[in-house]
Design a protein around this ligand. Sequence first.
Ligand code: BG6
Ligand code: MG
Length: 219
Amino acid sequence: MEKITKIVGLIFDLDGVIVHTDMYHYKAWKKLADRLNIFFDDQINNRLRGVSRMESLEIILENAKTLNPSDSEKEAYATEKNETYKELLKQMTQADLSKDVAKTLYELKERNYRLAIGSSSRNAGLILDKIGLSDFFDAVSDGNNITNSKPDPEVFLKAAEYLGLKAEECIVIEDADAGVEAAHRAGMKAIAMGDAVLHNNGDWNIKNFNEILDILKQL
Ligand code: BG6
Ligand code: MG
């Protein structure tokens, strides 16, 4: 019989799960791609979910075979995208945190779950600040403390370590297929939402954030 470990920790991806900054990532990459005359659409954008800034650029450059940028030009492109992205983040306020997400997070805290962020982003701190959650999570593991981004499990293993928990005591919530794979490679189950649902690799699929509460009740 499979040994059932009690779930104590929940690790949330940030962009596209807690808040819709995935939309701003898209807009910022689109602006750069248009300037460089590179084809970029929604489908390519979905491949960037959970992937680091530089790896995202490499995926975009797959459609610019004749461009051949040097490493320093690539750095400049990534910086340009990030500047546009941060400009878009300026318009964010606490109102960008949906009532559904906020209510569910506070309910989970009430139920004594240990809560962490597991994001590939280096802007995670800034975003959490914008939506009024900078002191909310018990741990934040993000692009600043990892060497390999999703689908590598590092960001989630670090999150579990920061929470003081074993991998199997945690569940991940993800909108990226790469993030679902990262969770599984970390030895954690994954709740899929948004684009990740279409890939059908999650252990559960949800449409609304509050469905997390029902999934946990049934464990
Ligand atoms: C992830 C996003 O959360 O962070 C990716 O899903 C993004 O799209 C990655 O590329 C890195 O983000 P940032 O903010 O460090 O450029
Ligand atoms: Mg995401």
